[in-house]
Design a protein around this ligand. Structure first.
Ligand SMILES: *Cc1c(COP(=O)(O)O)cnc(C)c1O
Length: 407
């Protein structure tokens, strides 16, 4: 790594802060939720960070996630548990999306999803703070990223997933060294098991937003976008929202960049995209309330956003409202059709959650919430290769006569 930080001063963290009450907590000690039961946010001395680093110096660095290290919580770079967290590309999809539509393709990250961003940070911090055993509820991708990073640095993991989690996710979690259990319940019910074990002192609880550092990892999506757009943010961001870590993280990133003086006060409209079979944030948005109720009988093909209850609900809703965006729901048929159209016309295989953002973009365009000249970014959060694809059964008998011209 290059850069201009001394060995002792690897970061500019000052303290942690309760996202609801603003109460302060000491950095460098292990924390879960705040005393108010809400997520903790990491705060930095941005003035000092701004003196140590400028935008131009940063653009000369390698483009990976650790490029942003002064704005991240890790004290000792030797603790970083890396699997190669590259900057993800912005891929145009002119045929299925439009001339100004770019897909941020997060499927290129380690373990094939953007959960790697959050988990590389959270596991690195757990290692720095001496954690030996971690448990997590997951719909698949988070568990896979946790397993990979934790195994790599010798931390034990126990993972609980709903029993209808995609088979490939359950297997990749096991293959990467976690003990994984299928539970006859949804992700929040898996989370209740994790909480019980944590209360008994069996492990550290790594549920979404229940430790402070996954947001910091996901924040790098916002930092990266700013750099990729030459420090002028896009007009609209469509984010498939489960626990909302990425949306909350990007919103935080934009604030920090403005405090650094690297971007102005303009913000993209943030669109929180959910599946109509599990849309608690959309309902809360439409009802004009700050907290979402649990969504009963949640179901959707987009497993990554099947989250009936999110502890960061109010943070998602605040960001969406402050940005002038919306929370939008799309149904499974629209999701699958968007995946299909994007693959056939633009050659980019989205995950179902990524398909949801394309479907929502098209709805937003039709409803006049965005215009065709707005620069829009859609998040494809995982590689489409992890998900079931339509059958392809055409076969040829090499010993029979084949009319090649008819193929
Ligand atoms: C986890 C996940 C999401 C939702 O991300 P959050 O930041 O938790 O809202 C969306 N898509 C995929 C593929 C995921 O794995």
């Amino acid at each position: 790594m290059n850069g201009n930080l001394s060995a002792e001063r690897q970061t500019f963290v000052t303290h942690l802060e309760c996202s609801l009450t603003g109460e302060h907590y000491a950095a460098d000690t292990l924390h879960g939720l705040s005393r108010a039961g809400r997520p903790l946010l990491v705060r930095y001395d941005l003035e000092a960070a701004g003196k140590a680093l400028d935008r131009d110096a940063l653009t000369r660095r390698e483009t990976d996630l650790w490029r942003w290290r002064e704005l991240l919580p890790v004290r000792q770079t030797s603790n970083i548990v890396s699997l190669g967290e590259i900057e993800t590309p912005l891929v145009p999809i002119p045929a299925s999306g439009g001339a100004e539509v770019l897909v941020k393709d997060e499927g290129r990250l380690p373990t094939g999803s953007f959960k790697a961003r959050g988990l590389v940070m959270a596991v690195t911090m757990a290692r720095e703070l001496g954690v030996r055993r971690i448990a997590m509820p997951t719909n698949g991708n988070a568990g896979a990223a946790l397993a990979a990073y934790a195994s790599r640095c010798g931390i034990e993991t126990v993972v609980f997933c709903p029993d209808d989690t995609p088979e490939i996710n359950v297997r990749e979690i096991a293959a990467q060294g976690a003990r994984v259990y299928r539970v006859n319940g949804l992700i929040d019910e898996c989370g209740a098991l994790v909480a019980r074990g944590a209360a008994e002192g069996l492990w550290f609880d790594f549920s979404t937003l229940k430790e402070p550092y996954r947001i910091e990892g996901k924040k790098t999506m916002g930092l990266e976008l700013a750099a990729q757009f030459d420090w002028r943010l896009p007009d609209a961001i469509f984010y498939p929202t489960g626990g909302g870590t990425g949306l909350i993280g990007m919103w935080k990133a934009f604030d920090e960049l403005e405090q650094l003086g690297w971007i102005g006060p303009e913000r993209p409209k943030m669109f929180a995209v959910q599946a109509s079979g599990c849309a608690p944030i959309v309902k809360a948005f439409e009802d004009g309330v700050e907290h979402a109720e649990r969504w009963e009988d949640a179901h959707t093909v987009a497993a990554g956003i099947r989250v009936p209850k999110a502890v960061g609900d109010f943070l998602i809703l605040r960001a969406v409202r402050e940005s002038g965006g919306r929370a939008l729901a799309v149904d499974d048929a629209a999701i699958l059709s968007a995946v299909n159209v994007c693959a056939r016309r633009d050659g980019l295989l989205l995950c179902p959650e990524g398909g949801a953002t394309l479907a929502a973009y098209r709805d937003a365009l039709a409803a006049g919430l965005v215009s065709a000249s707005d620069r829009a970014v859609l998040f494809n959060c995982a590689t489409g290769l992890k998900y079931p694809m339509p059958e392809a059964n055409a076969a040829l008998d090499k010993n029979a006569a084949i009319d090649l011209a008819a193929l």
